[in-house]
Design a protein around this ligand. Structure first.
Ligand code: CA2
Length: 164
């Protein structure tokens, strides 16, 4: 069977990993995280995307149908604020797993809400980099068992690049 193509999305400030607050987020850099992801994906197709901009993350999610079979997303602080990112994930209908380096739900009260959790296949928290491997395993196992893929959820074949 074809190996699933997985899109990893990392939200704002994760590019600072290793440079600030190592006591919270660990000492590994963002480059180290990308190398870790590349390592456990082996030869399987994947793409890693990071942005500090909510709109760019939404554009990446909207571009995913036809390119990715599943998404592993750490929306970072947008987890707790962005109905727009949650709407984009819901709109494209691609299976996704939410991952966090820390356990935001046991931190400050303002981190206890996630707008993306309710539709996630799973939410992986508190495992540092290892959480990405766990999230990838959950996602790929679920895809192998037939979790909905973009083609399965598409309701029409209307042109996609119109703005009207
Ligand atoms: O634990 C996680 O993965 C978070 O998604 C990280 C977010 C935070 O807002 C969420 O509540 C939980 C913050 C990412 C910022 O990463 C930094 C890394 C180094 C230095 C400063 C921030």
């Amino acid at each position: 069977m074809k190996q699933p193509d997985v899109l990893f999305i990392n939200g704002p400030n994760l590019n600072l990993l290793g440079k600030r607050e190592p006591q919270i987020y660990g000492s590994g850099s963002y480059k180290d995280l990308c190398a870790f992801i590349d390592g456990f994906c082996g030869g399987a197709p994947h793409r890693i995307f990071q942005s500090n901009s909510e709109g760019d993350i939404i554009d990446e999610i909207q571009a995913a149908p036809g390119r990715a079979d599943g998404i592993v997303i750490n929306p970072a602080a947008y987890t707790h604020t962005s109905i727009a990112i949650a709407d984009a994930l819901r709109a494209v209908g691609i299976p996704y797993v939410e991952v966090h380096l820390t356990d935001p739900f046991s931190r400050e009260p303002y981190r206890r809400i996630s707008y993306v959790s309710d539709r996630a296949l799973a939410v992986v928290t508190g495992l540092g980099f290892e959480g990405y491997r766990k999230a990838y395993g959950i996602l790929t196992d679920s895809l192998a068992k037939g979790a909905a893929r973009p083609a399965d959820t598409a309701e029409s074949s209307e042109p996609e690049d119109r703005n009207d």
